[in-house]
Design a protein around this ligand. Structure first.
Ligand code: ADP
Ligand code: ADP
Length: 226
C-alpha cells in the first residue's frame, strides 16, 4: 500500500488561481521523492494540501489508505520543514527540539529520549543550550530538521529546505538528508525549483508544471533516456 496517495486533487484559490489541477500520485512507503517545477507551478500548494494547511477544492489525500479530509494538521502522522527554519526565538535548541514532540503527548522520559536522539542524528549536541539567534543559517536549518524528525513522522514534507543556504552548505545538508533518509527509512517528499538539486537528491522524481503532474519516475529514466 502506498504511504501517500493523491486522488484527482485540485485547488483553486478564492482569487481564481488554479494552483493544482487534477493531480493523482502514489508514493511507495520509504521513498525519497522530489517534486520539481518552476516557481508558481503549485508545489507549495500541494505540500500544504497534504499537510492539511489548505483545503482541497476537490479530490482527496489518503495516508496508508485512509482519506485525510477532516483530519487536522497536528493529527496527521507527518512533519513539515520550510525554507526558513522558523525556530522559537525564546527557546534554546533543546527547547525547540522538545517543542516538536509536544503534540505527541509522550511521557517525559520518551520525550527526552526523542530530543537526545534528534540531537545525536544531526550533530546538535554542542548547540543544545544556544538560542536561535546564536546559530548560523545552516545550524538553524539542522535544528528545524531535528525538530521535525523527533516526531518520527511516517512522512516528512520539505518545502525548498536548502534554498536559503549557500552552495557549500546546501551540498552538505543535501548529503545529510540522504543519510537520514537511509537511516530512518520514512517517506520523504521534498519540493524544489532547482533541477540539479532534484537529480542529486531523488529516488523518485515528480515533475509538475502549471499545477499539473507532468512525469513521475526514477531520475535516470526521466533524464538519461537516449
Ligand atoms: P510554487 O510552490 O510551485 O512556487 P505555489 O503553490 O506557491 O507554487 O503557487 C501556485 C499558484 O497559486 C501561483 O500562481 C500562486 O500565485 C498561487 N497561490 C499560491 N498561494 C496562494 C494563495 N494563498 N492565494 C492565492 N493564490 C495563491
Ligand atoms: P514559494 O515560492 O516559496 O512557495 P510564494 O512566494 O509562492 O513562496 O508564497 C509565499 C506565501 O504567500 C505562501 O504562504 C503562499 O500561499 C502565499 N501566496 C503566494 N502567492 C499568493 C497570491 N497570489 N495571493 C495570496 N497569497 C499568495
Amino acid at each position: 500500500m502506498p504511504t501517500l496517495e493523491l486522488r484527482h486533487l485540485s485547488k483553486t484559490y478564492p482569487n481564481g488561481a488554479a494552483a493544482v489541477r487534477d493531480v493523482s500520485l502514489q508514493l511507495p512507503a520509504g521513498v525519497l521523492a522530489v517534486m520539481v517545477g518552476p516557481s508558481g507551478s503549485g508545489k507549495s500548494t500541494l505540500l500544504r494540501l497534504i499537510a492539511g494547511l489548505e483545503r482541497a477544492t476537490s479530490g482527496e489525500v489518503l495516508f496508508d489508505g485512509t482519506a485525510l479530509s477532516g483530519v487536522p494538521p497536528h493529527r496527521r502522522d507527518l512533519a513539515m520543514l520550510f525554507q526558513q527554519p522558523a525556530l522559537y526565538p525564546y527557546l534554546s535548541v533543546r527547547g525547540n527540539l522538545a517543542h516538536g514532540v509536544k503534540p505527541l503527548r509522550l511521557g517525559r522520559g520518551e520525550a527526552d529520549h526523542r530530543v537526545a536522539e534528534a540531537a545525536r542524528l544531526l550533530g546538535l549536541e554542542p548547540l543544545l543550550d544556544r538560542r536561535p539567534q546564536e546559530l548560523s543559517g545552516g545550524e538553524a536549518q539542522r535544528v528545524a530538521l531535528g525538530r521535525a524528525l523527533a516526531r518520527r513522522p511516517r512522512l516528512l514534507l520539505l518545502d525548498e529546505p536548502l534554498a536559503s543556504l549557500d552552495a557549500a552548505l546546501r551540498g552538505e545538508l543535501r548529503g545529510e538528508l540522504r543519510r537520514l533518509h537511509a537511516a530512518l527509512g520514512g517517506t520523504m517528499l521534498c519540493v524544489t525549483h532547482d533541477q540539479s538539486e532534484a537529480l542529486a537528491l531523488a529516488d523518485l522524481l515528480v515533475v509538475i508544471n502549471e499545477g499539473t503532474l507532468q512525469q513521475v519516475g526514477p531520475p535516470q529514466e526521466l533524464y538519461e533516456r537516449p
